[in-house]
Every structure is written in structure tokens, then in C-alpha cells.
Write a protein that binds this ligand. Sequence first.
Ligand code: AGP
Length: 619
Amino acid sequence: MCGIIGYVGKREALPIILDGLHRLEYRGYDSAGVAIVGTKGAGPNAEGGRVKTSRAVGKVAMLASSCAGKTLDGTAGIGHTRWATHGKPAEKNTHPHADCTKQFYIVHNGIIENHEELREELKKQKHVFKSETDSEVIAHLLEDAYKETPVLEQAVQSTLRKLRGTYGLAVVSSYEPEKIVTARMGAPIVLGLGEGENFVASDASPLLSHTRTVLYLEDGEMAVVTPTTHTIVTLDNKAVERGTETIEWDADRMQKGGFPHFTLKEIMEGPEVIENTLRGRLITEDGLAKLGGLQSISEKLREAKHIIIVACGTAFHAARVGEYMLEEYAGIPVEVEFASEFRYRKPVLDEHTIVIAVSQSGETADTLEAIREAKRKGATTLGIVNVVGSTIARETDAGIFNHAGPEISVLSTKAYISQLVVLALLTLTLGRERELSLTMGKKIAEALQELPKKIATILKQEKEIKKLAKKYAKYEHMLYLGRKYNFATAYEGALKVKEASYIHAEGCGAGEMKHGFIAMIDKEFPTVAIAPEDSVYDKMLSNIQEIKARSGRVLAIATEGDTRIGKLADDVFYIPKTIEMLSPILAVVPLQLFAYYLTLERKLDPDRPRNLAKSVTVE
Ligand code: AGP
């Protein structure tokens, strides 16, 4: 996600926009830029018009430095702080983007799915592109539309009708200097209403020092904002009357979307994260995935005889699930290794080996060095990374971005479910080139599409999980049990508890329980058993019976409609049914919330766990 802010009024726009971008930095921070509509100087038809810009790679502070010494005066303008999705962090890819005549400037949050076809069409009409982004097509479409209809809001309206995908958009033009046109489809836009001045932003956090009177656009709406007016219409030009709201929260709470912690906010983003990870990547009717980032190694993938996945921490647990997916549905042998082990041992690799790095940050030192070692030995490398432009993303031969948005919390939650979805998409891609049938491919694709609403169902039961955490917070030890696809879920659920609440939680493959772990069980050592109705369900029931026989308390994660497990376990949390390979994506969500609320019960701050960093960039 990116941060957008616009101002139009009686004050100089630049300082207001820069301050606003600082407050939006949590939404994206790899590059930032401003476009200020000058009130004096060259007229709209001079080269570069009356709009002056500045852009910088890095944090907003870099942009502020780049603005110093430039003439950026004007009482209207837009700004953007970027979280790259298409095109690495670089000045040429930094918003605002302009058309060929530099009379129209746009800032965009979201993904334009049909940007490639639009770009090709515009190039045929001799438009010259400066960036690698999807967003830039909007500026060039606007240039053509304005020639047809020289009214900014009408030109924007006809432009928006050509777009497919999501946008939170703001537009300024030298032709109509006291106007911002903004629109929303799938990415938030809020208007801030002041005295003789008005604001546009991605959320209200940058507005609070100017006004607390706001109104929110809905999907499919566009607004025209001037210093003293704001009008809202739908894309088919129907007027919209929208009342204002008064923001009570402070800026910190705003940045957390109204949640008390980034950890909870990011868990709650689950449905949207899955939608964004899947966006434009599923061809359901053919049971296929479309992963543009793999084109450069498509032949290597077709010839692959062996996959090794290297990762750390939560990403390692995602890799363990990916191993089972790829072996069962793509028929390729897979090894999963801690990157910190892989890089120091003598792995056997050859030109038919694909080494995959899974890493949210794309900067984890061990994972990066493991990839470098793999490349030295001639393997083809592939990154599953959330941060565009990160080192692992740049050094792997190809990759798939999560599009999960910035993950601020030290606890990796939304990135984990996105990693599992990406691994499922990779399984579809590799499997359908091998033995995976159309029928099964379609079944996997359809099950992926159902995930967002199933996760939303789980999140609606947050209060029930909070109650369970209250019951279990008194224990100092916990055993997490899972098998097969939920073997890794057991370890991931335990890691969340360890790193946030400091309770000693032990992940354990349930088949291993009797090889030592069960010795720890007594009434002070409860077990969380992940036991959805799948191919190893009966085995899990036996494990639960063995735990109960030793006075161990059991909290089970089970499938809705299961009538047996409630007779055995002390507590049960039910999750919606899905296909076995995707059950870890649903099973982990209550465990993330459980860990979060255990942490609160222990009066700890889940956003600031002791001894941990968000990205382990040193060994
Ligand atoms: C997960 O909650 C932890 N914060 C940590 O284990 C993390 O997953 C690990 O450091 C790997 O980070 P990466 O995905 O950025 O490489």
C-alpha cells in the first residue's frame, strides 16, 4: 500500500504535503515525491507547465532534502510515499507520474491489472513512458481524454472507465490549478474539510493537525476538490451526498487503522492481503496461475528436477507447507532448509536445481547468503519476497512478490498467509506443466478464491479467541501439535506465542509426540492440537486421547461441523472447511490471534517484543 496526500487552499502546499507524507510513511517508504501547482511563473502551456515536482528514493526525509533549494511554491499539490509493487524503488518509478506534456500529474495507490495492454496501446499512439510502473498509464490516458473533453473531472472519469484493478488516485493539472480530482476503487481515499482549504489523503492520519472533519469515498466514487468546495459523483456521473464524520482518534491510532497495535491490524488485514496476493494471478477456468515474474526462468522451471527452499523463522514454516504442496501436486522432490544451515553445509546442487528463498523483508542475512551460495553452485534462484527492490528480490534470478503491503509488526502474520498463497500459485504453475489435472487445478484455484471470506469468518470470532487466551495465559508451557500440512502450523503457532508472550511454546509433529515430547505433559502443560478434518484427522484424535489420558488440557483447532472432537478436547475453535493443502492458511489465523491476546493478557506489547528485530540483517 502507498500513502497519498493532496492539498488545495490558501496556504503554501509544500510544507503541508511533506508533513503529511511523514505521517503516511508507515504505508510505504521506499520512495516519495510531490507535485506542486505553481501560482506564478510559466503558464500552463509553457514547457513543464505550472506544475513543479521533486522526487527522491528512500524515506520522506530524503524528499524533503531534495525539495530544499527548489522553487516549489503553490497553494495546491499532491504527494506520494511509495510501497513498490511494479517497478523497483528508483526515481523514475517514484510518483507523481506525468503525461508527455507534463500538464497532468497523478499519484496512485493500488494495482492496475490491465496496465500492460494499456501501455502497449498508448505507445502505439506515440506516448513516451518514463517509468516501469503500472500507474503511469493513468497520466497518459488522462492527456488523451483531456484533448477530447477539456474538463479535468470528466477527463478523469473517462480515464477511470478504462482501468481494471484497484486505485486510490489524486490528480492535479496546470490547466485547472485550483482543483484536485480524486477517486477510489479498492484503495481508501478520505477528504479533509477545512476553512478555505481542503485535503485528500489515503487515511486521516496526515489531516488531524489541520482538520478532524472528514468524509470517506466509497468504491466507484470520484470527488472534485477546490479550496472551498467538494463534490462527489459516481463513475456514471450520479451525484452523491455524503455526510461528514469527526475523527476522534490520535494520529498513532489512525496509522494502526484504529487498532491498538500493528500486530492486530495486520492480522485483520488477512482477507485483503489474500485478495491482493491473488489479484490478476488466477485463471480459474483453466486451473492455472499467471506469475509474470517467472517468465525469465520458465524453461528452467520446466526442466527442474529438484527444489530446495531456504528461509528463516516464519518464512521457514511457510516453506515447509510449500514442500508438501509441491511434492503432492507438482511431483517435484523438495527439500526445505534453514538458510543458516544451508549456507554452511555442502549442499548438492546442479543446473536442474531451483533454490527458492522465502523472505518477507528480502533482507535476512542468512537467506541472502544462502541464495548467493546457490548461485555460486549454478542453481537457478527464485525469490518469494514482500518488499519490492529488496536485496533478495534483486539478487534472485526471478521472483514472485507477495503484494501483502508493508508488514510493520515484528510478528510476521499477514506475510505468512501470503507466502502460503504464493506457494500454492507456484504449485499450480509447476503442477499443471506436469501431472496436475485440469480438474484438480480448478479445485485448487476455486479454493484459493474462497479464502478471503473464510478468513473473514474466522476473524469475526475474535472475541472467542480472546476468551480462550484468557483461559490459557496462566500457563508457562504449551505444546503445539500438527501433522502433514499442519505440521508447520504447529511450529508457526508456537513461534508466535514464544516471540510475543515469552511463554515457552513447543512445536511438535504429532507423530513425534511419543518419542519424547509427551513426557512433559501434565495438567500444567496444555496442548494446542491442529486437527482439521483431513487425511490425518484420526491420527490427531489419537494424539488428543493420549494427551487427555495424561491429564493434559487440549485446545483443538477443528473443522466447522466436526461432531467428534468436542467430546475429547477441553476447548475447540472451529475453522471453515477447505482443501487439505490450504488448511494451514485458515488454521494459522486463530493461532495468530491467540498469540496476540496471550501477549495482552501478560501485559506485554506485541508490537515491541524484547530482543527481536523486524528483519535480521546480520547473522
Ligand atoms: C516471525 O514472526 C519473526 N519475526 C521472524 O522469525 C521472521 O519470520 C524471520 O526473521 C524471517 O524474516 P524474513 O521473512 O523477512 O526473511
